[in-house]
Design a binder for this molecule. Structure first.
Ligand code: CUA
Length: 155
């Protein structure tokens, strides 16, 4: 009998929490306009390879010491697989996925993005030291997930 009462209590707590959390989510996204970090625009994942800037992925210089790095994530590779930037380069990463959810984390930086099909993600980073950084897919994306990586070489 006792157990039954506790069980009901816990179910009640769970239900209340669910309502509170869903309410908070709805409030922050609808009323406060808070979205995924870096969410900038939408794009059709089926067309993305033909649409600029994703029709030409890679690194380009856009100003003094400023670069744009356009990346596509697809099972199971990043395109481009590697970029080389000079020390001190301020790089804006613009990325999306052509198929499923992928991760885009650059080791030893604060850069950690999600590549979501249909969404363009954008984030900036300044590379202040020489060295190599792996780009890691940290969202499980299928059989080849563990071989999905890229590289930023700062030289
Ligand atoms: Cu892509 Cu895991």
């Amino acid at each position: 009998m006792r157990v039954h009462v506790y069980e009901k209590g816990f179910l009640g707590v769970g239900a209340v929490l669910l309502v509170v959390i869903m309410g908070t989510l709805a409030y922050t996204s609808l009323a406060m306009g808070i979205h995924l970090p870096g969410h900038v625009q939408q794009v059709d994942p089926a067309q993305v390879r033909t649409l600029p800037p994703f029709d030409n992925p890679g690194l380009r210089q856009v100003g003094e010491n400023r670069y744009e790095a356009v990346f596509l994530g697809s099972a199971w590779q990043f395109q481009p697989a590697e970029i080389r930037v000079p020390v001190g380069a301020h790089v804006t990463f613009i990325a999306t996925s052509t198929d499923v959810l992928h991760g885009f984390a650059i080791e030893r930086t604060r850069l950690n993005m999600m590549l979501i099909p249909g969404q363009v993600t954008k984030n900036d980073y300044t590379f202040t030291e020489r060295g190599e950084h792996l780009i890691i897919c940290h969202e499980y994306c299928g059989a080849g997930h563990h071989i999905m990586y890229g590289k930023v070489i700062v030289e």
